[in-house]
Design a binder for this molecule. Structure first.
Ligand SMILES: [Zn+2]
Length: 556
């Protein structure tokens, strides 16, 4: 059907007229989805860009939004709201790319289009210039040299219930931890790509994201690979997320990012007509894959190495481009890594939101919001906590000054710093009172032997982790974590699944809560019907899931 040139929206009793984009540029017209007139008006939010100062003391409400589909599931396509949006789309301007098939591992089959790449399928070819002439190019980098386009996917990072495994660790990093840190660190702003399910479950965090001057964009409702979705499913994934952000913050996003970057011209055309410009990236931290609750097996040292390389390449003149670098507000690992690196990045790069480095100042249909195109250091907070040092000049504290468990949260301890008691204070190991972060101090002094059997702690050679002695990674440790790649807990090296916990008691709880069917599931068979996969169980790591493996369950 034809798209009207102007749409009348009635939101919370207030009529708002949004002009649809005309096609004078040759691009297909866009529209803002029409939300029900009964949608509650957002409260506790700013109605224009807020440069600060910000309140970082108020605790956020845990109240959820009501009236939405079940979270973390593919939302129904049959509702009148979704159908209304579906009918507004000009389907003659949606390329008929096939709904992508998944292989036995639940991944899309990436080369099924062949070399001609007729639908500009980024997952297969990294194509960012659509073949459909009526679609704009994806935004995927910062054009100016030295610009670091800051952005975080998968938020807002929800708090755990106190009874959940890993709550103690994760809640230190759940929002508003990152938003507070950004406010305290030179008033830094970012572009945030929100999962609708996370917004519905924690709308107060989305309000904080908006109030703290960040751009809010869409990252789908349940985080599927979007090219594997039907047209109606794509509309539903985007609509419910747009609605959740609208209800929480009062704003209607005009930017989105496909999970895993999985987008082709069919998906782009639907999203674009719904008002959403596709935003990708050109450098990837792979931070989501680090060993943390819900993470994978990638060593933090690898991620740390990426950051080091980007800094040194720029400083040495090897890299003269700007970049959008993908990061996540997913779990303690990703947030901690970002906290560690942001001050250093600010010393090296012009760190600005990914949208700002592309000249986008108005990311919503609500034009009362106009964001600056540069970061503006200012007075970040209204609170006494501003006495914390916000630059990188803080000296590494001694173990007598650090607070156990307070790693990476502005106390100077943690990653690459001091640990108080044990490795639970650190990203990696606590050895001799120092967190062993980027540089492994694990020595390779062991004598090589030929046995490969699992050794008990009475037979293994301390320090001989992972060197063919049968002990080490996922095996027995002798004394402490210095025998292991990861932690030494109860005489066992804790490899792929990070269960950093303060006591053996909680380790036991973690173990017993794991679903029994993990014994039957096959690592890597994500999304299959053996009880594992998307809404089920994972066997050993997030490789078993569409997103992450947390305490034996797939999901976030
Ligand atoms: Zn994501």
């Amino acid at each position: 059907m034809l798209i009207a040139n102007a749409l009348l929206l009635v939101v919370g009793g207030v009529a708002q007229v949004y002009a649809a984009t005309t096609t004078t540029s040759g691009l297909v017209a866009q529209f803002s989805p029409i939300f029900p007139s009964t949608l509650p008006k957002a409260t506790g939010v700013v109605t224009s860009y807020n440069p600060g100062p910000y309140d970082i003391t108020t605790k956020l409400s845990a109240d959820a939004l009501k009236g939405y589909p079940p979270t973390w599931e593919s939302p129904p396509t049959s509702s009148a709201e979704v159908k209304k949006v579906y009918d507004m789309i000009d389907w003659s301007k949606v390329p008929k790319a096939p709904v992508r098939k998944q292989d036995s591992n639940g991944n899309w089959v990436s080369d099924s289009d062949g070399d001609s790449d007729p639908y500009c399928w980024w997952s297969s070819t990294n194509c960012v210039k659509p073949k459909a002439k009526y679609l704009p190019a994806d935004i995927h980098t910062c054009p100016a040299s030295g610009d670091w386009g800051l952005n975080y996917d998968d938020g807002p990072f929800n708090r755990y219930d106190a009874s959940e495994d890993d709550a103690e660790l994760e809640n230190k990093y759940a929002e508003p931890a990152l938003y507070n840190f950004l406010a305290e660190t030179n008033n830094q702003k970012a572009s945030l790509f929100y999962i609708g399910s996370n917004v519905v479950n924690y709308p107060a965090a989305a309000k904080r994201g908006l109030n703290d001057g960040h751009h809010l964009c869409v990252h789908t409702w349940s985080h599927p690979a979007m090219t594997t979705q039907t047209n109606a499913q794509i509309v539903a994934e985007l609509y419910w997320t747009l609605k959740a952000i609208k209800e929480a913050t009062g704003d209607t996003s005009k930017c989105w990012r496909p999970p895993q970057g999985d987008v082709d011209d069919r998906v782009r055309a639907i999203a674009y007509q719904m008002g959403l410009r596709t935003i990708l990236w050109d450098e990837d931290t792979n931070d989501w894959d680090m060993p943390a609750p819900g993470g994978g097996e990638l060593s933090p040292k690898v991620v740390d190495g990426y950051f080091k390389k980007w800094v040194s390449n720029y400083e040495s003149g090897k890299d003269e481009k700007g970049h959008i670098v993908l990061e996540h507000e997913l779990n303690s690992a990703t947030v901690n890594m970002s906290m560690f690196w942001l001050p250093k990045l600010q010393e090296t790069f012009n760190v600005i939101p990914a949208l700002a480095c592309n000249g986008i100042s108005q990311p919503y249909w609500e034009t009362s919001f106009k964001y600056p195109l540069s970061n503006s250091p200012g007075s970040p907070t209204t609170t006494a906590t501003s006495s914390k040092t916000t630059t990188t000049t803080a000296a590494t504290p001694t173990t007598t000054t650090c607070t156990s468990g307070s790693y990476g949260l502005g106390n100077g301890d943690g990653y690459n710093g001091a640990c108080c008691k044990d490795q639970s204070d650190c990203w990696d190991d606590c050895i001799g009172g120092k967190c062993n972060g980027p540089n492994s101090t694990k020595s390779a002094t062991a004598t090589k032997t030929t046995t490969n059997t699992l050794l008990t702690s009475t037979t293994c050679a301390s320090g001989s982790y992972g060197l063919g002695n049968g002990n080490g990674y996922n095996d027995a440790c002798c004394k402490d974590q210095s025998d292991c790649w990861d932690d030494c807990i109860g005489g066992k090296c804790n490899g792929p699944v990070n269960t950093k916990t303060p006591s053996k008691k909680s380790i036991t709880e973690t173990t017993t809560k794991k679903p029994s069917t993990t014994a039957n599931c096959i690592p890597g068979t994500r999304g299959k019907k053996k009880g594992n996969g998307k809404t089920g169980y994972c066997c050993s790591s997030s490789d078993d899931c569409l997103e992450t493996c947390r305490s034996g369950k797939c999901g976030l």
